[in-house]
Every structure is written in C-alpha cells, then in structure tokens.
Design a protein around this ligand. Sequence first.
Ligand SMILES: NC(=O)c1ccc[n+]([C@@H]2O[C@H](COP(=O)([O-])OP(=O)(O)OC[C@H]3O[C@@H](n4cnc5c(N)ncnc54)[C@H](OP(=O)(O)O)[C@@H]3O)[C@@H](O)[C@H]2O)c1
Length: 275
Amino acid sequence: MQSFPVAGKSVLVTGAARGIGAEIARRLHSEGARVSLVGLEPELLAALADELGERARFSTADVTDAAALEAAVRDTVEEFGGIDIVIANAGIAPPTTSVSTIAVADFERTVDVNLYGVWRTVKFALPHVIESRGHIVLVSSIYSFFNGALNASYAVSKAGVEQLGRAMRVELAQHGVTVGVAYFGFIGTDMVETAFARPSAALLRKAFPAFLTRPAPLGTATAALLRGIEHRSPRIITPGWVRLALVLRGPLGGLDRILAADRRVRAAVEVAESA
Ligand SMILES: NC(=O)c1ccc[n+]([C@@H]2O[C@H](COP(=O)([O-])OP(=O)(O)OC[C@H]3O[C@@H](n4cnc5c(N)ncnc54)[C@H](OP(=O)(O)O)[C@@H]3O)[C@@H](O)[C@H]2O)c1
C-alpha cells in the first residue's frame, strides 16, 4: 500500500458544512492538512473555518453551479498554491417515493447534485490534482449496487459516481493520480435522520435485517476516509458488512424478485405513493 501522509496537503472538500464533509475536514485538518471547505451554507462554513483556524478556508458554491464551483477551485489554488486531494462529497437524498410519484424536478435535482456535482468538482479540480500527482475521493454509497426502491434517483446517481471513479482510476494512473470510491452503508448524519423519519422509509426498513440499516457512527466513515486517503485506496468501505455485500453484488441482484414480492416493501410503496 502506498503511503500518502496528509500533513501539509491541500484538500478541497465539497458538502463541508455538515455531516461527513465537515467531519472529514476536521480530521484532515487535525492531521496537518490545509482544508478548503466548499458548500452551500456560508455561516456554517465560516464557523467551521473559524473553529479550525489557520490552514482552513471556505468558498460558498452550489455544486450544480459550474461557475461558482470553478471559482471555488480557483480561489483554493490561489490561497493554498494548488490542490493535492479532492473529496467530492456533497450530496442530497430525494423524497422517499417511487419513480411513478416523484416530481421530475426532485429526481433530476438529485442526479444533478449527486452525480453531475461530483463530475463538475473533479473536472475543474483535475488539472491541479494532476499537477500534484494527488488523490481523488468520490463519495458513492451501497446504493451504487443495492436496489434503489423508493430512492431511485439516489441509486442512479451513486451508480454513476462509481462508474465515473472507475474510469478515472484507469485514465489517471499514467498521470500519477489515484482515485478512491467510497461505499458507505448508513451513517448517522442529518441526511439519514431526515430520510428515516419518513413513514415509507420506516416501513421499507422492516424488510431488511436490522443491522443493514442501523446507522453507523459518523466517526466510522471519517476514519475509513482518512485511512483510504493515506493509502490512496481504490475503495473505501464501511461498515464492515458492506465489504461482503460488494463481493456478492452479482448474486445479490437476484434478491430484487424477493423484494418485489415482500408485503412490507409493497406497503412502503403504497404509503409513499399515497402521501
Ligand atoms: N449518511 C449516509 O448514510 C451516507 C451513506 C452513503 C453515502 N453518503 C453520501 O455521503 C455524502 C455526505 O452525506 P452526509 O450523510 O454527510 O449528508 P449531510 O449531513 O446532509 O451533508 C451533506 C452536505 O452536502 C451539502 N450539499 C447538498 N447539496 C449541495 C450542493 N448542491 N452544493 C454544495 N453542497 C451541497 C449539504 O449542504 P447543506 O448543509 O446546505 O445541507 C451538506 O453540507 C453524500 O454524498 C451522501 O450521499 C451518505
């Protein structure tokens, strides 16, 4: 495994105002990295930059806004002298509902933030990461290969992120750049808390063994991310059971038939569609 210490490195993190993005920025900063916090909420980003002090800066940018994102990258390079590591983390969860009932705008917004937002982030940062022969992390999910019932736009976007990462990993190898894809199960953040509070999501969870949907502490995701970056790992996987699920992803696809017939899944779809 290659060793890639983060001390002194310039790291750009999107979705850094809260959740996994904010926490990994804290971890990286405590290891001596310079962190550029990019996100939607200037007050939260400014408060985090203040909390961290030296070696932290922020830019307000929506990852669906190419010009704002390009400016965030440019400002980071101007202040830090380059970019060594990018963590394309910003993401949203759509309303928990079916493909039949989700609003067109909600479906497309999810893909725009979660997939095209990641694409724009890496596209603009790439020349700088190539220059530094650095590392890129794309935050995907178990939904890149799990069935996305009542969460289709999210699953579509995360499957796309995985493919983007795999292609880049091969293309960038000759430039000395490494690419990691993060496969997180459920992690205890605002995103999951909000989604799990919905009645249809609560019903859907009953169709799965409890351990699969029990949120892991935020620290497990950020510890895995830090380890993955320090070793330029191609895959960042947590909690542990996700590793087995990844190995079995082919056969697991056969469970769609069982899910389609499960009365709890059917009840969840009914509740979602009648909400
Ligand atoms: N939590 C999980 O179980 C889990 C599992 C697998 C993958 N993930 C992925 O991990 C990443 C982080 O999620 P999280 O759980 O930390 O969620 P979170 O607590 O909701 O944080 C997401 C962050 O992304 C920001 N964001 C959303 N849309 C944005 C946009 N258009 N432009 C810029 N920033 C934007 C949010 O801004 P606001 O502060 O304005 O909301 C927030 O700061 C996401 O990509 C998510 O899909 C999470």
